[in-house]
Design a protein around this ligand. Structure first.
Ligand code: FBP
Length: 352
């Protein structure tokens, strides 16, 4: 069977040779990750047929009950990436600490960080889930010694590649190497990824938002103000009706934003403020933040660009607000105004 679409391999080779955007090792690493995601897609697809739904008795480092698919998908990525010679170490949502490439394999210069299954609460109900990944370069200072967890703690702007796979009605891999955002649909008959979404761009304006409304009473004032204005609709201060969606899968929401615009919010609330919020910086917020920025949107914690946050831990959590440029700009303004008004009253800003 032939296809009019470019394959992922062709695309990556062009990125390497024509556009000089990526070195060979990175190209090969992305191919390996894409291959692992293809396998995860098959596993997700088989679900109950292979007895893959449901929980395990174990918890991950965040104290969350692990789903069978969390662990299986983590192992698929680990096994696929460990021996290729491209990586020095890996880290994931499902592993407490980093996994160094075993001594019997050649080690490479990259670090891979991933969430094997994002939105895992959706697994058992056949909802949208995905895999998120981020690639960093090992710091030069680590060349003569063993890689440490500290070497992973780089702000998101230093990512050399980021991507996600969304396992929905179609399986789609979305990728950036810092040169725009490209989407590849998995063709199961050909057994390959095909470039179907060339240079994805997020519309600057939107009338769609995604937030878990059941948490409203716990949010900070700027988030309440923003969402209340949207919900007020045409008679309200925005003078327009807005549509809301919540599918409980950040990767699914980001994909929707890339296709037709929108804004996604998972702010901190009074219950998780001490922990920094709900979502994880290194393998959720940073890679998806890079993709959103590369597609012309914005990604912030309310006051600071997500990609500028200096991580202090592998599993650090952050508030996340991302999507269409103009809406995120407004939400940033509301956070800034709140900080100024609280400052005027002489209290410390109560935003982060
Ligand atoms: P996991 O990585 O454990 O799956 O959790 C992250 C996440 O699924 C996000 O993708 C999503 O936005 C959020 O949790 C859903 O949370 P809620 O419980 O508020 O619906």
């Amino acid at each position: 069977m032939t296809t009019k679409h470019k394959t992922l391999t062709q695309f990556l080779v062009e990125q390497q040779y024509n556009d000089a955007c990526i070195p060979e090792q990175l190209r090969m690493l992305i191919e390996v990750v894409a291959g692992a995601c293809q396998r995860i897609s098959s596993v997700v697809n088989r679900g109950a047929v292979n007895d893959l739904l449901g929980n395990l008795s174990s918890e991950n480092v965040q104290g969350e009950v692990q789903k069978k698919l969390d662990v299986i998908s983590n192992d698929i990525l680990l096994d696929a990436s460990a021996w290729g010679g491209h990586l020095a170490a890996l880290a994931s949502e499902e592993m407490e600490t980093i996994h160094r490439i075993p001594k019997e394999y050649t080690a490479g210069e990259y670090l891979l960080v991933y969430d094997p299954i994002d939105g895992s609460g959706n697994i058992d109900v056949n909802g949208v889930v995905g895999t998120i990944f981020s690639v960093l370069r090992t710091p030069d200072s680590a060349s003569a010694r063993e890689v440490t967890e500290q070497d992973f703690l780089q702000p998101g702007r230093q990512q050399v590649a980021a991507g996600y796979t969304v396992y929905g009605a179609q399986t789609i891999l979305v990728l950036t190497v810092g040169n725009g955002v490209f989407g590849f649909t998995l063709d199961r008959e050909l057994g390959t990824w095909l470039l179907t979404h060339d240079r994805m761009e997020i519309p600057a304006q939107t009338r769609e938002f995604a937030i878990n409304m059941s948490n409203r009473r716990h949010w900070a004032p700027p988030v309440q103000r923003y969402v209340d204005e949207l919900v007020a609709g045409q008679p309200g201060p925005r003078g327009n009706d807005f549509n809301m969606r919540w599918i409980a899968s950040m990767v699914g929401h980001v994909h929707s934003i890339l296709i037709r615009g929108g804004v996604f919010l998972y702010p901190w609330d009074v219950r998780n403020k001490e922990r920094g919020g709900r979502l994880r910086l290194m393998y959720e917020a940073s890679p998806l933040g890079m993709i959103v920025e590369q597609a012309g949107g914005q990604a912030t914690d309310g006051l600071q660009r997500l990609l500028d946050i200096q991580p202090t831990g592998l599993h650090q959590r952050v508030p996340v607000i991302l999507g269409s440029w103009e809406e995120v700009e407004r939400i940033k303004r509301y956070h800034g105004e709140e900080a100024v008004s609280v400052g005027r009253k002489g209290d410390a800003p109560n935003l982060q």
